[in-house]
Unconditional design. Structure first.
Lengths: 333, 257
């Protein structure tokens, strides 16, 4: 199949899959609202739940899952390593700390419509990425071991600071932080959705505009450059755009792990490694995956709602283990 | 005839250490130039300057009378193909996909390859003789086949000149001959100029029209191949005594130890 056709077919199928998942998700939950009710007459309570909670929440799951998976795929291209993701590189940890620091220092205010929490998360993401990139690059090539260790180091470092802050927090504050770190899509109304989108749309657009260059980058710096790519500028754009988009998402949802790792992996197994297909399809499948995980988190032991981060991390953990076992036999793709 | 590449007084240094000094080089269309020299003589650096990947610290490198460092990268890519010594393949693209990447300078940011591009890639695969490998993953074929795929990738750029860094060093004698024959074929039938760095003195004799020998970043000797390949020059270039013997029209090169 030509690349062009493969793109159209896979994107169409994934889009349909997302529509179905989102549809199911909107009508699932402790409080029962049927599709027929929704288009006819909803009472006040149902209307609030449907329009102020269910729909924003599905949108948030879509944005968060899509962005994290897309960012994961972009980072894998940048680090030329398929174990890179916002989570494994410590970027999620950095963004969480940045967001937490902003919240605790009373910066949880908007400046010209931009959330300071998101901006702080962005700054910490980009710093972490530079740290990990510098540490893991040996003689111009990213070493897998160093990459993962640098991510672990960053995560530990941030965790220690978060614990330090936790230690001096009140019980309520501490519990709030705990919940947030577990990863949750608990948003009310569209305000948060819009505020996240301000960062996510330009971030994702930049990454999607670089997919062709990312392919060439996989042939090495010199070949990419000889084929017309400004390699240094491309790297900077990826840093900036992933930090912007993933930072904004994580500042709202907390560090939802493994989406950025699993989704591009599965898609590469199914569709090959062309980033022009992998990046956009990662967005769609990531969106679908997180929407489904969130639906599960709301219904599995209803009326209790488990943080969605627990679901993604448990699926992701098993997946990661499977990858490790599989890679005993072959090189990690 | 106009030179396709013309360099004057090229100098380069890495972190203050001088790597190239006062290099002058020009190559005519449809010519094949071999660059010899010991490891660290500056061959790879020179090649990267010639294809616009590195900017010279001094001097000028011209491609069709335009200064490379001032040209648009994509425009350069339509005229010059670069094939490195040990190409990286970070992701398991298929051989066909790798070859198609050579069409990148002709394709817009949000475009996919057109039918025409697929056709060009198909022909390139055929020219280098690896059509049967098109759907195999690049990291699952042999290093010789990978090298051929890289050459095909360079070919679809439709370049006027191909610059190769030790295209045959890691290959066995069969693949080495195959690669060199293909390069000669490209020169003779498509008029593509070739510049290649090599350690293979022996095959240099058969394939290159001209030879340039670098030593410590300077040109030690340059000229027609049969005039350059002699004991005196090679001994100087490599720092050990090299014997060049001509017998019944055949040439033998070996270290005298």
């Amino acid at each position: 199949m030509s690349t062009n056709r493969k793109f159209v077919v896979s994107m169409t199928l994934l889009f349909i899959l997302w529509i179905i998942t989102a549809f199911i998700s909107i009508f699932s939950g402790t409080y029962s609202i049927g599709p027929l009710e929704a288009i006819s007459n909803l009472d006040e309570l149902s209307r609030t739940i449907f329009f102020q909670i269910r729909i924003p929440r599905v949108l948030m799951a879509t944005i968060a899952g899509g962005t994290l998976a897309l960012a994961g795929a972009a980072l894998q291209a940048l680090f030329r390593n398929s174990l890179a993701s916002p989570f494994t590189l410590g970027i999620s940890g950095g963004a969480s700390l940045g967001a937490l620091l902003a919240i605790r220092s009373g910066l949880a205010v908007g400046v010209l419509g931009f959330s300071m929490v998101s901006i702080s998360a962005f700054v910490f993401s980009i710093l972490t990425m530079l740290f990990v990139y510098t540490i893991s690059k040996v003689g111009g090539v990213v070493a897998t071991g160093r990459l993962l260790l640098a991510g672990v180091v960053a995560n530990f470092l941030y965790a220690s600071i978060v614990m330090f802050i936790q230690f001096f927090s009140t019980f309520t504050e501490s519990l709030q932080t705990m919940r947030w770190i577990m990863g949750s899509l608990d948003v009310v109304g569209f305000d948060t959705v819009w505020k996240t989108l301000i960062f996510v749309i330009p971030g994702c657009a930049i990454l999607l505009s670089l997919t062709k260059d990312m392919n060439l980058f996989g042939l090495g710096d010199d070949v990419a450059s000889s084929l017309g790519v400004n390699v240094r500028r491309m790297e900077k754009k990826i840093y900036f755009a992933t930090s912007l988009a993933a930072g904004a998402v994580i500042s709202v949802t907390g560090p939802i792990g493994f989406v950025g790792l699993i989704i591009p992996h599965i898609l590469r197994m199914l569709l090959g490694v062309d980033n022009r297909i992998i990046l956009p399809s990662s967005f769609l499948l990531g969106a679908t995956f997180l929407t489904a995980a969130d639906t599960l988190s709301r219904t599995i032991i209803s009326p209790v709602e488990i943080p969605v981060g627990i679901i993604t991390a448990s699926i992701g953990g098993v997946f990661f283990l499977w990858l490790l076992i599989r890679t005993k036999k072959e090189i990690i793709i | 005839m106009e030179a396709i590449i013309n360099c004057t007084d090229i100098g380069f240094s890495y972190n203050g250490t001088s790597v190239l000094n006062g290099i002058n080089l020009s190559i005519q269309p449809g010519n094949m130039l071999g660059i010899l020299g010991a490891n660290g003589a500056g061959k790879s650096t020179l090649l990267k300057i010639l294809c616009g990947v590195l900017k010279p610290k001094s001097g000028k490198a011209l491609f069709n009378d335009q200064e490379l460092s001032k040209m648009d990268r994509r425009e350069i890519a339509k005229g010059i193909a670069y094939i490195p010594q040990d190409p990286m393949f970070a992701f398991p693209f298929t051989v066909r996909e790798v070859v198609l990447m050579g069409r990148a300078p002709y394709i817009g940011r949000f475009e996919f390859e057109r039918e025409e591009d697929n056709e060009i890639a198909k022909n390139a695969l055929k020219t280098v003789g690896i059509s049967h490998l098109k759907d195999r993953l690049i990291n699952e074929v042999s290093s010789g086949e990978r090298q051929l795929a890289s050459i095909a990738r360079g070919l679809v750029q439709e370049p006027g000149i191909m610059i190769l860094d030790e295209p045959a060093t890691y290959l066995d004698v069969k693949h080495r001959t195959e690669v060199m024959n293909i390069l000669r074929h490209l020169k003779e039938n498509k008029g593509i100029s070739i510049i290649a760095a090599t350690h293979d003195i022996f095959s240099s004799l058969f394939y290159f029209d001209d030879i340039m020998i670098l030593k410590d970043g300077n040109i030690l000797a340059e000229g027609r191949t049969d005039q350059i390949i002699n004991s005196e020059i090679l001994s100087l270039a490599y720092g050990i005594e090299v014997v060049v013997k001509k017998e019944n029209g055949r040439v033998f090169v070996f270290p005298n130890q």
